[in-house]
Design a protein around this ligand. Structure first.
Ligand SMILES: Cc1cc2nc3c(=O)[nH]c(=O)nc-3n(C[C@H](O)[C@H](O)[C@H](O)COP(=O)(O)OP(=O)(O)OC[C@H]3O[C@@H](n4cnc5c(N)ncnc54)[C@H](O)[C@@H]3O)c2cc1C
Length: 600
């Protein structure tokens, strides 16, 4: 059960995580696993049961009746209410269980987006920011699935720059209604939603506000279903607001606070993209193993070729790291929530602030999770060869479906910048992160960690994780000292720094999980051995990524002696981790093949 949170957002950079305070996926309870299994069974029966060819051709417009039928069946099982408190008719799942739900939702292909939107960006604005009256009025219908819901932020002229939205709401002369005019674009579930959370500016405000808008208020019209590259069964439309009268009491949250609300809702959506992506990667492994163990070339199953094992070993290790990071953060959100409630925070504030706390980690996970699932789909096509390129196997559909994850809920460029901006904010503006500690600990850590031959259980691996953290702080500090406020304009460097930061968090999450498992005498030793190898493979790749990013950053902003010193530091801190990546990936791949998927 959730107790006090031990790790504040971004603090992983400075503070050691005690494994006693760490949640690992092996600790999910029977009840949590039952919920996740019910989603899995549902998707296998209702979506996979249609046959892969039918699923691949599902279209939000042509097949609306079928999509709505599946939506109704999912609603009947309570799936639309996972994020809604029980008193309003929902399941009231804690956040980490909702992530587990999302992981398995991914088995529903593009239908997952429909439920994902309903349970995340569609309903959370009211769950987190609604008044008692608003919740009582809207949440029961949303939880039962009777009312589809959607989140309307993006406009034709404002995507990443969401705050520049042009939609406007003006209070009428009687002071009873806001009259809304504007246009929203790319609205998921928009084709059938009854309730829209709309972000618009009130009168001449510079900042956005949010409103709960019912379709039957009048003045709302919809564009045609977008013809998209993927997630074709998911409804995506433009929504036009023409003098829509919104009762004054439907202002959601405080006037002018809409942008903050929008961003915080996206924090939750971002980590859910990682959870869903990781679910997709696990499913992909299952399909790949099935195919490559049956496909014979040169007289043997192609699964036996090293080139295939390289891919399987890498995908599994990356999924392991993402799984470790997602549920580590999910549990921290729940712990923070419990802690805030205990400290007397109101229900909404506790939900809002527990999520906001982990904005850095959510942005990291979104970027890593989305890029990993896209890479997995690409490699899956490769392993299927020509059959991967054919519609018949459904793998090309996965490739097209996965691609959106790098774009929505904030593009990956925006999320990389965000992880850095949040770090700077917490370190220098709000001072929530004790960066002053780093001044003392970083040089010490470097001295202590100088020995690349360090031995003992994972001691060497944790040394390299600490080196990643130190290197991030040193290069960020050096870039900041050289470029000052101009650093934000040198986005290439910001991207590099974000990648080092991400690698430190992800590799640490995987290794901490293995450490915790190894401390438990009841842990299955064979499974632990493979998990350790996956964490080591991930670290090996993470060091490569970080090394490249660090050298790019250093070459971009420094010169002379500083450059020489920094590059030497990169070599010293990251350059000497040595495992046999071929053997380790092979052992991981063999395990995945034996178990016919990512099973332990
Ligand atoms: C299928 C689908 C479903 C969606 N669902 C929803 C939804 O339900 N609700 C909703 O409100 N929105 C939704 N969106 C919108 C989505 O969130 C936006 O598409 C996304 O935020 C990017 O905005 P944009 O498309 O305007 O791209 P742009 O903002 O124009 O970005 C284009 C490129 O420029 C880059 N870029 C932009 N600004 C900067 C900068 N400052 N620095 C560096 N690079 C930059 C971006 O990273 C990107 O690579 C959906 C989109 C799609 C495609």
């Amino acid at each position: 059960m959730a107790t006090g949170s031990k790790l504040t957002g971004g603090a992983f950079l400075f503070e050691e995580t005690n494994t006693a305070d760490l949640f690992i996926p092996e600790e999910f309870t029977e009840e949590q696993l039952m919920i996740s299994n019910s989603v899995k069974e549902f998707m296998l029966k209702e979506v996979h049961g249609l046959g892969i060819e039918k699923v691949a051709s599902l279209d939000a417009e042509k097949d609306k009746a079928l999509v709505m039928e599946i939506f109704k069946k999912a609603s009947d099982l309570g799936f639309c209410g996972v994020s809604v408190d029980e008193q309003y008719g929902g399941m009231g799942l804690d956040f980490n269980t909702s992530l587990l739900f999302t992981e398995n939702l991914s088995l529903g292909f593009s239908f997952a987006t429909t439920i994902g939107c309903q349970t995340s960006i569609g309903s959370l604005p009211i769950v987190w920011y609604g008044t008692e009256e608003q919740k009582t009025k809207y949440l029961p219908g949303i939880a039962s699935g009777e009312k589809g819901c959607s989140y309307c932020l993006t406009e034709p002229g404002s995507g990443s720059d969401a705050n520049s939205a042009k939609s406007r709401a003006v209070l009428n002369a009687e002071g009873t209604h806001y009259i809304l005019n504007g246009q929203k674009m790319w609205i998921t579930n928009g084709g059938f939603a009854e309730v829209f959370t709309v972000f618009a500016k009130i009168e001449n405000d510079e900042k956005l506000s949010a409103f709960i808008v019912e379709k039957n208020f009048g003045g709302i019209s919809l564009g045609k279903e977008e013809k998209k590259m993927g997630i074709k069964a998911s409804s995506t439309v433009q929504v036009f607001f023409n003098n829509v009268p919104i009762p004054k009491e439907n202002l959601l949250g405080e006037r002018g606070k809409g942008f903050n609300m929008a961003l915080n809702i996206l924090n939750s959506g971002r980590i859910k993209i990682a959870a869903g992506g990781m679910g997709g990667m696990k499913y992909g492994l299952e399909r790949v193993i099935q195919y490559t163990t049956e496909r014979i070339q040169f007289g043997k199953p192609i699964a036996e070729f090293g080139a295939m094992k390289l891919k399987v070993g890498t995908i599994a290790s990356t999924a392991f790291a993402i799984e470790s990071g997602v549920y580590r953060v999910g549990a921290e959100v729940d712990k923070k929530h419990a802690e805030l409630l205990k400290a007397g925070s109101g229900g909404n504030d506790a939900k809002i602030n527990s999520m906001r706390e982990y904005a850095i980690e959510c942005a990291i996970l979104k970027v890593i999770g989305s890029e990993a699932v896209c890479n997995t789909a690409d490699e899956a096509i490769q392993m299927f060869g020509g059959m991967g390129y054919s519609q018949e196997t459904g793998v090309e559909m996965a490739y097209r479906d996965a691609r959106i994850t790098k774009i929505y809920e904030g593009t990956n460029e925006i999320n990389r910048m965000l992880s850095l901006a949040e770090f700077y904010k917490r370190a220098f503006a709000t001072k929530e992160l004790k960066i002053s500690k780093a001044g003392k600990t970083v040089p010490l850590a470097i001295l202590q960690n100088f020995n690349p031959f360090k031995s003992g259980s994972l001691a060497r691996e944790f040394m390299f994780v600490n080196n990643l953290k130190s290197l991030f702080l040193i290069i960020t500090g050096a870039a900041g000292a050289k470029l000052k406020e101009k650093l934000v304009d040198q986005q290439e460097i910001v991207m590099n720094l974000a990648d080092i930061l991400a690698m430190a968090f992800m590799a640490e999450s995987a290794l901490l999980r293995v450490k915790k498992l190894s401390e438990n005498p009841t842990t299955d030793k064979a499974a632990l051995a493979i998990k350790t190898k996956m964490a080591q493979v991930y670290l090996y790749d993470a060091l490569d990524t970080a090394r490249k990013a660090a050298n790019n950053a250093i070459d971009s902003f420094s010169g002379g002696l500083t450059k020489w010193l920094l590059k030497r530091l990169v070599r010293t801190l990251l350059g000497t981790y040595s495992i046999n990546p071929m053997n380790l990936r092979r052992e991981v791949a063999d395990h995945i093949a034996d178990k016919k998927g990512y099973y332990f």
